[in-house]
Structures are given as structure tokens and as C-alpha cells.
Design a protein around this ligand. Structure first.
Ligand code: ACO
Length: 325
């Protein structure tokens, strides 16, 4: 049976120039390189310049993804940006990116699911591309998480960084089996009852502030491994593939210990996990496409391979996606 799949035809990433080391942070907050590396695996993170908005990270990532796909901005008819740190309260970052890359009038909007945003956005995009409503779609994860930090809270400010990653999705005909290229399966979850574990303590309709990220780290950690593992198994079942057949796990990069915990629980060979957490830290919705970009550029991830993407973030939200490149 012939089916239309949403096929990833290009991937791109962008990291701002400034690199902040753990030792840089230890100059003004009571922490150490040793503590951060041991508890998280993070060594450095990138930070956007004061005059860089999130759209300034998203636009070059989008342009690189388009180049990789052999497309130009003129081809783009749908832009979805997953972000929790928009330039402005409105318009959507997606419309600002549309203007900055010079894409024509089309559809553009943002998705807000914090660190799970990229997986959620892929699922939303699939609804357009696989149903013939988009011929060339950009799905972008872009964040300036450093703008949400309380720089006196050592339990959070050492964990996050800035960056953007993007994929181009185009319709492709498949045979309706697991050998098809494209997005093959999803599992998306949310539990609003766990808001207190991870949230920002300000907002437009409450106190009018941007606010700071607040987190009960050890509680988030406790839920992460169990929740992510369940979603991974559900997405694999949705796609009809065994978890063991996946070539590469491309997780949201929150903490090396979470990545290791999920791999252990699911019996995944750690050598199959793409990890960028040491260099990028947690870039929220940007971390999965940035890790995909890294794995493709360094030659590990190859066309035709099966990837499993997964994430968990504020909400709590979490989810996973199976994609064949
Ligand atoms: N440097 C030194 N000491 C620190 C630091 C720091 N940066 N941060 C916390 N500590 C101290 C605490 O104050 C505490 O000290 P105390 O015992 O004297 O009170 C001690 O370290 C232990 O604190 P815990 O919070 O229990 O430390 P834990 O081992 O849980 O590690 C961490 C904290 C790294 C945040 C961990 O809980 C974690 O990674 N949780 C998951 C968080 C996460 O990944 N969130 C993002 C996922 S969702 C998303 O991406 C938005």
C-alpha cells in the first residue's frame, strides 16, 4: 500500500559564538567544574550575544537545513518553531524567521512544549506534510535558555545553554512499511499535575515578568528515566519496530546521567546514543536537532538509518519519535 510520509531531507544547526565553561560560572556562583561534570556531564555551553534574539539563532539553522536539503527559502510553505524563549510575546518566532530568511507567504506558528517542543512540533508538521498540505516544511527548535536563568541559583544556572537546530520535511512516497523513509511513529505525553517540578515563575497574564526557571532537579530526574523509557517503547510500537533495531538514539540533552539511565533501562548500547550534552548543555527544544546535525556532520548518522528521538521537559511534557532518514 502506497502512503505519503514526511521525510527529513535536510538538517542544520547554529550555535552562538560565545562559549561559557564551568570554570567561568564558578567565578560568580558557588559551584565547580568537578561538581557539574560529575552530576551532569556538562563541560561548556554556548550563550547568545546580548543583541541576539532567538530568531537570530533559528534563521541560520533553518538556512543550513535548507541548503542540506537542496532547497531555498522560496520553496518553504510552512514554518513551525518549537521555543519557550520567543523574541517577543507575539508575533510567533516562526513568522520572524519567515521574514528573516525571505520565505514567501505561507503558514507559520510556534509550538510551546518546552524541552519536548521539537518532538511535539514534528508531530504537528507530520499532520500537514503527510496530508499534502505542505510541500516543504521547516521544523525548528530554537532557544535562548540563558535568558531564563536566575544566576544566583546554582541548581539550575549551570545546566542550560543557547542554540538552534532545524530540519526540512518534504512528502515522500512509501510502501507503508518500516523500511520507508520518514516519520514512522510517535508517542506524546503531558502531565500538568507536575507543573511545580519545572516551570518559569513569571508570565504575561500573571505578574507581567519574564521570570526565572525553577526546578526540583532530583524530582525531575526521578520521573525522567521512567517517563522517557515508556514513551520510547510506545513510539517504537507505533512505528512497528523493535527498540533494538534502532541505529541511533538522539535524545534531548538534559543530563548525561538521564541519557545513561534511559539507555540502561531499555538495554540500548551506549555507543548508539548521540550525546552533545558535554559541549551544548541543555538547549531545551533545540537539543535534538542540534544533536542530529552533529551526528550527521561527523559521519555517524547516515541516510537510511533508523533514529529514535526522545525528550522530557516542563509541563511536564515528554515524548518520542521514530524516523528513518
Ligand atoms: N554546584 C555545586 N553544588 C550544587 C550545585 C552546583 N551547581 N547545584 C546543587 N548543588 C548542591 C545542592 O545545593 C545540594 O547541596 P546540599 O546537600 O548541601 O543541600 C547538593 O548539591 C545536592 O543537590 P541535588 O539537587 O540533590 O543534586 P542532584 O544530585 O539531584 O543533582 C541536578 C542536581 C544535576 C540538577 C540533577 O537533579 C538533575 O540533573 N536533575 C534533572 C534535571 C534536568 O535534567 N532538568 C532538565 C530536564 S527537563 C528540561 O530539559 C527542561
Amino acid at each position: 500500500m502506497s502512503v505519503v510520509r514526511s521525510v527529513v531531507t535536510g538538517v542544520g544547526g547554529y550555535l552562538p559564538d560565545e562559549v561559557v565553561t564551568n570554570s567561568d560560572l564558578a567565578k560568580f556562583v558557588d559551584t565547580s567544574d568537578e561538581w557539574i561534570v560529575e552530576r551532569t556531564g556538562i563541560r561548556t555551553r554556548h550563550r547568545a550575544a546580548p543583541d541576539q534574539a532567538v530568531s537570530d539563532l533559528a534563521a541560520p539553522a533553518a538556512e543550513r537545513a535548507l541548503r542540506a536539503a537542496g532547497r531555498t527559502a522560496a520553496d518553504v510553505d510552512l514554518i513551525i518553531v518549537a521555543t519557550t524563549t520567543p523574541d517577543l510575546t507575539f508575533p510567533a518566532v516562526a513568522t520572524i524567521v519567515q521574514r528573516k530568511i525571505g520565505a514567501p507567504v505561507g503558514i507559520a506558528f510556534d509550538v510551546q512544549a518546552v524541552c519536548s517542543g521539537f518532538v511535539y512540533a514534528l508531530s504537528v508538521a507530520d499532520g500537514f506534510v503527510a496530508r499534502g498540505r505542505s510541500r516543504c516544511c521547516l521544523v525548528i527548535g530554537a532557544e535562548t535558555m540563558t535568558r531564563l536563568m536566575d544566576w544566583e541559583d546554582r541548581g539550575t544556572c549551570v545546566l542550560f545553554g543557547d542554540g538552534a537546530g532545524a530540519v526540512v520535511l518534504e512528502p515522500g512516497e512509501g510502501a507503508g512499511n518500516t523500511e520507508d523513509r520518514g516519520l514512522l511513529g510517535f508517542a506524546l505525553r503531558a502531565d500538568g499535575g507536575k507543573q511545580d517540578l519545572l516551570y518559569v515563575d513569571g508570565g504575561v497574564s500573571t505578574d507581567g515578568r519574564i521570570g526565572h526557571l525553577r526546578m526540583q532537579g532530583n524530582q525531575v530526574f526521578r520521573h525522567a528515566v521512567v517517563n522517557i523509557s515508556e514513551a520510547v517503547e510506545a513510539a517504537a510500537a507505533d512505528a512497528g519496530v523493535p527498540v533494538a533495531s534502532v541505529d541511533w538514539f538522539v535524545p534531548h540533552q538534559a543530563n548525561q546521567r538521564i541519557l545513561d539511565g534511559v539507555a540502561k533501562r531499555l538495554g540500548i548500547d551506549p555507543a548508539k546514543v548521540i550525546s552533545t550534552v558535554a559541549e551544548h548543555a541543555n538547549t531545551s527544544a533545540a537539543s535534538i536537532p542540534l544533536a542530529m546535525d552533529q551526528g550527521i556532520r561527523d559521519g555517524r548518522i547516515k541516510p537510511g538509518q533508523l533514529l529514535l528521538l526522545e525528550a522530557m521537559g516542563g509541563g511536564l511534557t515528554w515524548g518520542a519519535c521514530v524516523v528513518r532518514l
